[in-house]
Design a protein around this ligand. Structure first.
Ligand code: GLP
Length: 249
């Protein structure tokens, strides 16, 4: 694991976009695992800028999003479909047929949708670079803390802290869906490279609990420490409780 501390959110976004750019420039047909959330917005804005400047070409890129709420249509402003189009896909040349976002409007269809999603990732040759945010409770995607974690893409009941944290995007807390589809821990861990972004003081406890050397399913992001090619980019606030801890070799 590598931890990079950025001076501020702008630098974090710049460093993240640089990592994506390097991946794109270095691979023939890159497969990107994409994350939503306010933390990733600066990185997407920078990638759009690099596309407009002619530095990046997204034509050969294949994308798989991490997660989506159950029951929100693609036009719902809080759906992750909407987020991805508004922040990224509408402004770059990713081919629509190369975009994958789990879609489930009826939980009874979830099993088949999840199975197909994992198959699609395998068919695309696996994920080259997986981008992640982190929840205040240490979740990644929507893999919530618990005694057990699911390996594959699955239907999840959202934790109360997650519903509360994400309610800031909705008119009221009872509008937040209680279920989501998320890639599982092994769907994430199979990526060749993983980059997690964390910004702000409210993420500091989750960053400390995830990356200080212990591993537990009660802090899902801590499992990423076991990955061979895993980098965290945290701004100063998010890294503030790490103290002097720096990962060993
Ligand atoms: C949601 C998403 C996660 C994301 C997290 C953090 O819960 N499912 O994938 O990492 O939010 O979002 P933010 O960056 O807005 O704090």
């Amino acid at each position: 694991m590598k931890i990079q501390v950025a001076a501020n959110y702008l630098e974090l976004s710049e460093l993240a976009a640089k990592t994506v750019a390097e991946q794109l420039l270095g691979t023939g047909k890159p497969v990107l695992g994409l994350a939503t959330g306010s933390t990733a917005e600066g990185m997407y804005a920078r990638l759009v800028e690099m596309y407009r400047q002619g530095i990046l070409n997204f034509d050969p890129v294949v994308t798989f999003n991490l997660d989506e709420y159950v029951g929100l249509g693609p036009d719902h402003p809080q759906s992750y479909h909407f987020y991805m189009h508004r922040n990224f896909f509408d402004h770059v040349n990713v081919r629509p047929e190369n975009i994958h976002i789990p879609s489930c409007y009826d939980a009874r269809e979830a099993d088949e949708i999840c199975r197909n999603y994992d198959q699609e990732i395998i068919k695309a040759g696996g994920i080259d670079l997986q981008l992640l945010g982190i929840g205040v409770n240490g979740h990644i995607g929507f893999n919530e803390p618990g005694r057990y974690l699911q390996t594959r893409t699955h239907l999840v009941e959202l934790a109360a802290e997650t519903i509360q944290a994400n309610s800031r995007f909705f008119n009221a807390v009872d509008e937040v869906p209680h279920q989501a589809i998320t890639m599982g821990i092994s769907s994430i861990m199979k990526a060749a490279k993983i980059l997690l972004l964390a910004s702000g003081e409210n993420k500091a406890p989750a960053v400390r609990d995830s990356f200080s050397g212990l591993v537990s399913t009660s802090v899902p992001a801590s499992l990423l420490q076991l990955h061979q090619n895993f980098t965290v980019i945290a701004d100063r606030e998010a890294a503030s409780l790490l103290g002097n801890y720096r990962p060993g070799p």
